[in-house]
Design a protein. Structure first.
Length: 216
């Protein structure tokens, strides 16, 4: 029984650590959005491999679209000299953030609104643009955390509803973001520590019992 408990405990621990290491962002779109790669490719008129290459080239780690492609959600994660230098944007004052905004976004003269989401600062920008698909609004939430630039982008047709943007942004999370007053964070942390001690105790007890049987 101790062997079974020990193996299960170790398996769960290894699995949870692997999942945590691979989960760079978490987001839940508000409304009906498609996230399956092949379906997205058909909707936006691209080959599946072309879409994958496009995402890799542009550092896109998440993409979702609605059925008529009037709304798109993208998340890009990348590193550059600026992000490596400041590590986390929370270390800058609001005035300093406004001053370095062109360096973060890469567009001269752009202005943004600074938003604090659960302790992590974001820069919100909004621009109008036009392409073969018509006129659309580009809304972006940009932050720097753990030496990475996170950009949450919403491409919305000017005729489409934009209420989904703020609701979706509220779900945007990453282990690298600063979180203030999150009681769940401490509860989970304490639970992990207790779990580790329990696992080590079971393994040591198991080893002791095996040695005792061999001695007998």
């Amino acid at each position: 029984m101790k062997r079974i408990i020990a193996l299960i405990a170790v398996f769960i621990l290894l699995f949870s650590l692997t999942v945590s290491a691979d989960s760079s962002i978490n987001i839940t779109p508000d409304g009906e959005f498609i996230t399956e790669t092949e379906q997205i490719a058909k909707i936006i008129g691209m080959d599946k491999n072309e879409l994958l290459d496009f995402c890799i080239e542009n550092k896109i780690v998440y993409i979702a679209v609605n059925k008529d492609n009037s709304k798109q959600i993208r998340v890009t994660v990348k590193e550059n000299d600026f992000s490596n230098g400041i590590v986390n944007i929370n270390g800058l004052s609001d005035d300093k953030i406004n001053a370095v905004l062109p360096d973060v976004i890469g567009v001269e003269g752009i202005k943004g609104e600074i938003i604090n989401k659960d302790g992590q600062k974001f820069i919100k920008t909004e621009m109008s643009s036009k392409d073969s698909g018509g006129d659309f609004i580009l809304t972006e939430y940009i932050t720097v955390a753990n030496k990475k630039v996170y950009v949450l982008s919403f491409y919305t047709n000017k005729k489409a509803d934009t209420k989904y943007i703020e609701k979706t942004f509220e779900t945007f999370e990453s282990p690298n973001f600063v979180v203030e007053n999150n009681g769940l964070f401490w509860v989970v942390g304490i639970a992990i520590v207790i779990f580790l001690f329990a696992t080590v105790f079971i393994i040591l007890t198991l080893i002791r019992d095996i040695k005792a049987k061999k001695a007998d």
